[in-house]
Ligand binder design. Structure first.
Ligand code: AMP
Length: 286
């Protein structure tokens, strides 16, 4: 596995792969790999001739009081895991090499970024759309692979790629979970023992309202209240940031379910802010 830190060298290498007629896949990450990251890399390995992983804790997607400086990291462990997943090139740039001191260009998808995580993280999705644009311009990959755990992020990147005619196929992959249902996240290391024990309740609550929807409940307010009640009982240490039902593509809240609807939640448990989601009335295969 080739390790590259210089953006221009990454671009030159990626351009050479393209010129050789190879299909390429990029997996953007912030590192501290878990099975969720590895599932994206393995999918890429199966679908592209060359697999690139970027590992960059992007400062512009963190708010002033967030965990930028505390974000977990273990570069050598990550490099071994990426090599084991068949990654060809690991790109680990320095902050100053990505953002010039007078960096002045931002990519925003405001309509999709204002709800859910955008409510409490106002600069987050601007930072995400900007760094993903930068990475797509560097790698110019045939495809880029993202997890559905960050559903709103995926919806924003899809819309951005469509609107800007970016010639990369955006691929979304299912959430990888611990055996007890907790969605894997690099931030799960922030959970204390008692918090970790309650954390699987997030998904259990989502499944609970999925069953209510399947049984015929269509009123969004009723379903959201049922989820809030479930968390009050089963995740008593959690502080709900949001519980919302939105259109899966537009990320706009719905009053009533008329088709597949994304149930999305963010809950603070101690130092961790956990997110999870589930599509209600899902009509897709698998
Ligand atoms: P991160 O390093 O947290 O920025 O995540 C990098 C990529 O991995 C993003 O596309 C995430 O959506 C994806 N990802 C993170 N956690 C999971 C998970 N549990 N299952 C699937 N994909 C994930």
């Amino acid at each position: 596995m080739l390790r590259i830190t210089d953006p221009k060298s990454f671009q030159t290498q990626a351009m050479a792969d393209r010129a050789a007629g190879l299909t390429t896949a990029l997996v953007p990450t912030m590192g501290f790999f878990h099975a969720g990251h590895l599932s994206l890399m393995r999918w890429a390995r199966e679908h592209a001739d060359r697999v690139y992983v970027s590992l960059f804790v992007n400062p512009t997607q963190f708010g002033a009081n967030e965990d930028l400086d505390a974000y977990p990291a273990d570069l050598e462990r990550d490099a071994k895991l990426a090599a084991g997943a068949g990654v060809d090139m690991l790109f680990t740039p320095q902050r100053d090499d990505v953002y010039a001191p007078d960096h002045a260009t931002w990519v925003e998808v405001p309509e999709l970024g204002q709800n859910l995580c955008g409510l409490t993280r106002p600069v987050h999705f601007r930072g995400v759309a900007t760094i993903v644009s930068i990475l797509l311009n560097l790698a110019q990959p045939s495809m880029a692979v993202f997890g559905q755990k960050d559903w709103q992020q995926l919806a924003i990147i899809r819309r951005m790629a469509r609107d800007l005619f970016i010639p990369t196929r955006i691929v979304g992959r299912p959430i990888v979970r611990e055996a007890d249902g907790l969605a894997m996240s690099s931030r799960n290391v922030y959970l204390g023992e008692a918090e970790r024990a309650q954390a699987p309740g997030l998904q259990q609550g989502l499944k609970h309202i999925a069953a209510l929807a399947d049984a015929g409940e269509r009123d969004a307010a009723t379903l959201k209240q049922a989820l809030a009640d479930f968390y009050a009982e089963h995740v008593p240490g959690g502080e709900v940031d949001y519980i919302e039902l939105v259109d899966p593509d537009a990320i706009v809240p719905v009053d009533a379910l008329t088709g597949p609807t994304l149930a999305a939640v963010a809950v603070r448990l101690g130092k961790a802010r956990l997110i999870d989601n589930l599509v209600l009335l899902d009509d897709s295969e698998g």
